[in-house]
Design a protein around this ligand. Structure first.
Ligand SMILES: Cc1ncc(COP(=O)(O)O)c(C=O)c1O
Length: 502
């Protein structure tokens, strides 16, 4: 068994290595050194560690540093401290991956915990952070979801914000308990009534930090752990992540040319939540038919389910009037409608809204305050002015026209280059179109190939939770300047042709 002195020497030798977590604080380095030695059984189970006083003096570091490191080891089950008797290496170690072996057979220290913090992740945390598809390309040609930031009215926005700050209203510096800044809620209610045929009173509108937060509130307040939640297959990643974080039971339902299309087997389940994107299914772009909308509302009423309507980009319909929202057809108060300023203004604004059915207004308002401490009233005041003074309507008109022209140019460019080898769909509305491939094509490999040419497109297959999976690419046209659409369109077509030939 290793002696106290040998243990101190072993830890001292590890800490003396210049490349052993050089940027971490000393207590974390000591913790890592001891943890590694325990995992490698250099400090064997049941062996006694030096006292904190002796170890501090042997290593020439503060005793508090040693105490903190020992406390962390004890909290994670690597050591057991018994008052008056000392600290011992645990007989049974916490489950953890063993350090990897180098090819030469020597142990290589592979930190399991991130080097910037003490905590290892929970099971939920591990699962949530494993999903690399959640990361998205930003500000690159064809990145789906990005807007054309060059047309944002910076000067006007600055003026409106300055005006709010000049008014110096202390009440706007608080969190705000009312569900958001009243004039903004009023402006949104009016906008939704006129443009989206949403049945809404000001009371029902609540300002959130975007759709992510609206979905989080809905999942937390309306579903329990393991409750069945229908999601479209394929489905928007952001929504899927929220539902996973709330530990509901995800039940993918196929999407066809009319939107969500539950099978007999789906209908045999009892969903608590049904998440849909009726105006422009994300990511396929399908618009939900009237028959399907009616079916869904009827089903929600019969089964006591809540429909979460994510109306994220309905402002961008290029032919004819935008379709009315599903919520407008709801006569039983089963729909929670949500919208966002991420697409019409800019994603970083982090302002969205939800329209709760009357029965849910009070609990939602209370939870919004208790769980989120919403705030951002100054920003909301500037946005309310932006809408009330007519700038919002002008801005939407302007970008709808600009995006419509880009969409048509891109569609023509791709169609001319690709023909029937890769048909285009989902382009009547929204901010992206889908280039479809035959089933055998590896669309993820194609997306990677495009990335090598500086083009950020997403693989359609990545959005599916289960087979059958369609293959293709999501191509966003909003961000690319109009004069570059043809250039990048041809470049993308070239990459696709090369990929399809492989
Ligand atoms: C389907 C869908 N819903 C909502 C959003 C926007 O969410 P948020 O308001 O949280 O930015 C996005 C953004 O990409 C989206 O694709």
């Amino acid at each position: 068994m290793i002696s106290n002195l040998a243990a101190a020497e072993l830890l001292g030798a590890t800490l003396a290595q210049a490349d052993f977590y050089p940027r971490l604080p000393q207590q974390r380095r000591l913790y890592e050194a001891a943890r590694t030695a325990i995992l490698l059984q250099q400090l064997s189970a049941g062996s006694k560690l030096p006292s904190t006083r002796n170890l501090a003096s042997e290593l020439g570091i503060a005793r508090n540093t040693v105490i903190a490191a020992f406390e962390q080891l004890a909290a994670e089950g690597f050591v057991i401290t018994s008052t008056g008797s000392g600290t011992y290496v645990s007989a049974s170690l916490p489950s953890t991956s063993q350090p990897k072996r180098k090819l030469d057979g020597n142990a290589e220290v592979v930190p399991e915990t991130p080097p910037n913090g003490f905590a290892t992740l929970s099971k939920r945390g591990t699962q949530l952070t494993e999903f690399a598809a959640g990361t998205r390309y930003e500000i690159q040609p064809f990145a789906p979801g990005d807007a054309d930031f060059s047309v944002f009215p910076f000067k006007l926005w600055q003026r409106l914000q300055n005006r709010v700050w000049r008014e110096a209203r202390p009440d706007l510096l608080d969190y705000g308990q009312a569900g958001g800044y009243l004039p903004l809620r009023r402006a949104i209610a009016e906008y939704l009534r006129v443009s989206r045929s949403v049945k809404v009173s000001i009371e029902q509108v609540m300002i959130t930090a975007g759709t992510q937060q609206s979905l989080d509130l809905c999942a937390l307040l309306l579903a329990d752990v393991d409750d069945t939640t229908w999601v479209e297959n394929p489905c928007y990643w952001g929504a899927r992540r929220i539902f996973e974080s709330c530990e509901v039971n995800l039940h993918p339902v196929a999407v066809d040319a009319e939107g969500i299309a539950p099978s007999e087997a789906d209908l045999a389940t009892n969903p608590r939540l049904i998440y849909v994107t009726p105006s422009h299914q994300y990511p396929t772009g399908v618009v939900m038919s009237l028959a399907r909308r009616r079916m869904l509302l009827d089903l929600a009423q019969r089964k006591g389910a809540w429909i979460l309507e994510d109306d994220y980009d309905s402002e961008f319909r290029y032919t004819g009037r935008p379709l009315a929202a599903l919520q407008g057809l709801d006569t039983h108060g089963r729909v929670i409608y949500m919208g966002t300023f991420s697409k019409v203004l800019y994603p970083g604004i982090k302002v969205g809204y939800l329209v709760a059915p009357p029965a849910l207004v009070e609990p939602f308002k209370a939870a919004l305050y208790d769980l989120q401490r919403p705030g951002q009233l100054m920003l909301q005041a500037a946005l309310a002015d932006f809408i009330a003074l007519g700038h919002f309507a002008t801005h939407i008109r302007k970008i709808r026209q600009a995006y419509g022209a880009k969409r048509e140019l891109l569609r023509k460019t791709l169609a001319a280059q690709l023909g029937q080898s890769a048909p285009i769909s989902g382009e009547e509305s929204g901010l992206h179109l889908v280039v479809e491939f035959p089933d055998h094509v590896d669309d993820e490999a194609l997306a990677r190939l495009a990335a090598e040419s500086g083009i950020a497109v997403n693989a359609l297959s990545h959005y599916y939770l289960e087979p059958p999976v369609r293959r293709g690419l999501l191509v966003g046209y909003a961000y690319v300047p109009a004069e570059k659409i043809v250039y990048y369109g041809k470049l993308l077509a070239h990459v696709i042709q090369a990929g399809l030939r492989r």
